[in-house]
Ligand binder design. Sequence first.
Ligand SMILES: [Zn+2]
Length: 283
Amino acid sequence: MSWFKRDKGAIQSPVPPEERRVRTEGMWDKCPGCRKIIWRKDLEANWQVCTKCDYHFKLGSAKRLELLLDGAQWTEHDPGLVSSDPLHFTDTRPYKQRLREARQKLGINDAVVTAEGRLNGRPIICCAMEFGFIGGSMGAVVGEKVTRAIELAIGKKFPLIVVSCSGGARMMEGTISLMQLAKVSGALARLDDARLPYISVLTDPTTGGVTASYAMLGDLNIAEPGALIGFAGPRVIEQTIRQKLPEGFQRAEFLLQHGFLDAVVSRTQMKTYIASALDFFLA
Ligand SMILES: [Zn+2]
């Protein structure tokens, strides 16, 4: 038996339930760096860098190219390359389905965009990785696109810039993804023979097979502040060497201190920095 009874019916809302939504939803973000609430528009205007503490959020491939290339203009190369799922791989979901979903969500066919454009007037070839596409993992398509970008740079005698953001090799393609390490590294050796500069930009996170190949092979290896850069994760290393790892291990600043990087450059300064580096190399 209940204590109260409703005589009249429930109050009818003028707004149907599917349209009931807080109007400010999605307008704010909490910064993991300073824990302050920031307006998403401010964040977008500042290339996804926190205006209060300089925390670098992830930046998508299109925005990255817009940041680096003059007038946000570029010609994309090999946009149509797609993975053929050679192993017919399935884990919790079929790999084919993951690919389809990533393609639909991001409007690109794999985890890297290759572009030809200008940086402060100088023609360059630039690859920008997309973390949103299966963790920016490197399968046959990423390896092939980066290799073709290198070959294009050699053919046109342009400098090369690769912006990495990756969880490593794409496990759904097994050994085929690991073979990309050798392929891309071989192409970079030919770029070196042609005496053309290659600047590698490492952003949060750059790990696994990408670190183990092209991300660490630049004439200059520069990183964004706070970026996680490494091969294996800290837990795996701790378990292997049975030692506690130092504070800030595998972060850009720590790696710079220990000689693994040439510079740590803030995103808003990145274009200027690369332009002066290229002036130096090509003078
Ligand atoms: Zn912040």
